[in-house]
Design a protein around this ligand. Structure first.
Ligand code: SF4
Ligand code: SF4
Length: 333
């Protein structure tokens, strides 16, 4: 379980010191574990453990770029208790707390007890994220990632149980259901435009339209989740080592992808889809992940997580499973 609590400025303190460990894999995929002082960062911990050369010496910096493309876990005994204590402290001092919880094959059965724990603390919202949200994770997750079907079913079971539990905390599950118990309502993430709200000029992804992600070697990418894809396939949308951001944002591939609208998908795989009006074409990163495309034109490919949602009847299953709750994402299907 990973819990991220808001930073608390209250007078009381929670001691974060202790025997922190860093774990991950090196550039060849072998397991790495070492001490990780707090405060501190991944590079310093690896350097102190003699696992990398000094990045500030000679051309070493180029030899340690791989670190930015690996996932790292920092943990210590009692970290979970500290996270819970920090949330309690924030709530007690009137701060709103929202938690992120990663769900995978090994911890899926703990989601309801976790929800109860957070609800009892007074957390405002819980977000449950499928561990495959970033394309690189699936490759490195040692078979822990839930398949899409497993995830949809597990989160539907969770939503049904949660809707009957009497808990009042808001819950949002990645790309799937949002539960608003105080309003006895729910919304569906794959439905971007409910009913007749079709917006052909709406952006495919509001996030990529309003942010620039930068990789550890200066490449600009539409969102962090896509960074591994572009690197792996030798695709460049511009590099901050070669041109200032102002120039890179002036025109070209990055701006084209960031400004992509539902209308632009007219000539793509989504163009003839009967669900396009309310799906909006889905997430570009997931579209790339599942398409296996190797060039920029892959940005206009369909997002199969959405296709599966609509085509396999998950919309209808959810509606039938939550009677008495109002569907805020009605599409008249
Ligand atoms: S093809 Fe898939 S991603 Fe595209 S609009 Fe249809 S359901 Fe959405
Ligand atoms: S493209 Fe997908 S992963 Fe990237 S910001 Fe948009 S919705 Fe998120």
């Amino acid at each position: 379980m990973t819990l991220l609590a808001a930073i608390c400025f209250a007078a009381a303190q929670i001691d974060l010191a202790g025997d922190w460990r860093l774990s991950g894999t090196d550039e060849k995929g072998s397991a790495v574990e070492c001490a990780a002082a707090v405060p501190g960062d991944v590079h310093s911990a690896l350097l102190r453990a003699n696992l990398i050369p000094d990045p500030f010496w000679g051309c070493n910096e180029t030899n340690v770029q791989w670190i930015g493309f690996h996932d790292w876990i920092r943990q210590r005994k009692g970290a979970q208790e500290s996270a819970i204590a920090s949330m309690e402290l924030c709530v007690k001092n009137g701060l709103e707390v929202v938690s992120n919880t990663q769900v995978n094959r090994k911890n899926v059965h703990t989601m309801m007890p976790t929800a109860r724990l957070l609800n009892d603390i007074g957390v405002r919202g819980m977000r449950i994220i499928r561990t495959t949200e970033a394309p690189r994770w699936e490759e490195n997750a040692a078979n822990s990632c839930l398949s899409l079907e497993e995830y949809y079913q597990a989160m539907l079971d969770f939503a049904v149980e949660y809707s009957k539990s009497g808990m009042m905390m808001e819950v949002e599950t990645w790309q799937y259901i949002g539960l608003l118990p105080k309003l006895q309502s729910y919304y569906l993430k794959p439905v971007k435009f409910a009913s007749s709200e079709r917006m052909d000029k709406g952006y495919c992804c509001n996030c990529t339209h309003s942010m620039v992600a930068v990789t550890s070697d200066g490449e600009i990418v539409p969102c962090n989740q896509m960074s591994g894809y572009f690197l792996k396939n030798g695709i460049s949308m511009g590099n901050l080592h070669q041109a200032p951001l102002r120039d890179l944002l002036g025109d070209g591939a990055f701006v084209k992808s960031a400004n992509m609208t539902v209308d632009d998908l007219g000539n793509s795989e989504c163009g003839t889809c009967e669900h396009l009006g309310y799906c909006g074409g889905g997430c570009r990163a997931l579209g790339l992940l599942y398409s296996g495309r190797r060039e920029l034109t892959g940005l206009t490919c369909k997002d199969v997580t959405k296709c599966r949602f609509f085509e396999d009847g998950w919309y209808q299953r959810i509606v039938q499973s939550l009677p008495g709750w109002t569907n805020l994402s009605e599409v008249g299907a």
